[in-house]
Design a protein around this ligand. Structure first.
Ligand SMILES: [Zn+2]
Length: 254
């Protein structure tokens, strides 16, 4: 679904022939423009033209690396998913708005037609020509818009559905970005913690949670076994039970 939307974005900006570039640009890392050209069987200039067009809308990002031997820069590209989805969202909203206006206009205004010339006039224009066709002189007829309106409403529903799907993808993408940010922040914090010896204990804490859980499971399993043993061998001397398990829970969580 996401890829389909991204391809639609590229089609809107560059044209259908360029949509395959999405398969290469929608990756975790930036991709070398020479590899893009090779894989799409395009020249480097054709490839750059496509990328620059998308770049004009801010929907791709690049990094550049200097070739140490040749001294020139090679560019690496990547599609900006969230920005592309926002671009598509605005596009859809605009279309929906236009269609709603059209429907409203058809539902509230009258239109006249000349069937012979296949002409359509607004009521104001029809009035201007006294309801006769300017081309052939036939009497204009009032247009029945019901079918037209019905079709437009169908298209409107489809656009609204598209918008809904797009919103889902947009939310997913935002969540993804948030997760990445969080991971990076945690990494930074860990590295900071390593530099400060005092905070070592804070880092170790989460590891202690697991052994506590394991011990609870073991005690539950052992109990019934011990009971049956007691019944078979009535030795009241077994008083080894009071194993202190509480000290493990001493340190509270953050
Ligand atoms: Zn006519």
């Amino acid at each position: 679904m996401l890829k389909k939307i991204l391809k639609e974005v590229v089609t809107l900006i560059v044209g259908k022939q360029a949509e395959d570039i999405v398969d290469l640009l929608d990756a975790k890392k930036h991709i070398n423009e020479f590899i893009i050209a090779k894989k799409l069987d395009l020249t480097i200039n054709q490839t750059r033209n496509i990328l620059y067009k998308i770049s004009d809308y801010g929907l791709v990002s690049y990094i550049r690396k200097k070739d140490k031997k040749k001294g020139w820069y090679t560019y690496f590209w990547k599609i900006e998913v969230l920005k592309s989805l926002e671009f598509m969202k605005n596009n859809l909203l605009k279309k929906i708005d236009q269609l709603e206006h059209k429907i409203k206009s058809r539902e509230t205004k009258r239109f006249y037609i000349c069937a012979r010339c296949n002409l359509e006039l607004s009521e104001e224009n029809a009035l201007l020509y006294v309801f006769t066709c300017n081309e052939c002189g036939d009497v204009l007829a009032l247009k029945d818009n019901t079918k037209f309106v019905r079709e437009m409403k169908k298209s409107l529903e489809k656009l609204k559905r598209d918008l809904m799907f797009l919103e889902e993808e947009r939310k997913k993408e935002i969540e993804k970005i948030e997760k990445i940010k969080l991971r990076e922040r945690r990494k930074e914090e860990k590295e900071k913690a390593k530099k400060r010896p005092k905070r070592k204990k804070v880092v170790k804490k989460p590891a202690k949670k697991k052994p506590v859980k394991k011990k609870i499971v073991k005690t539950i399993k052992k109990k019934p076994v011990k009971k049956t043993m007691k019944k078979l061998k009535p030795k009241p001397k077994i008083k080894k039970k009071p194993v202190k398990k509480k000290p493990i829970k001493k340190k509270s969580k953050k």
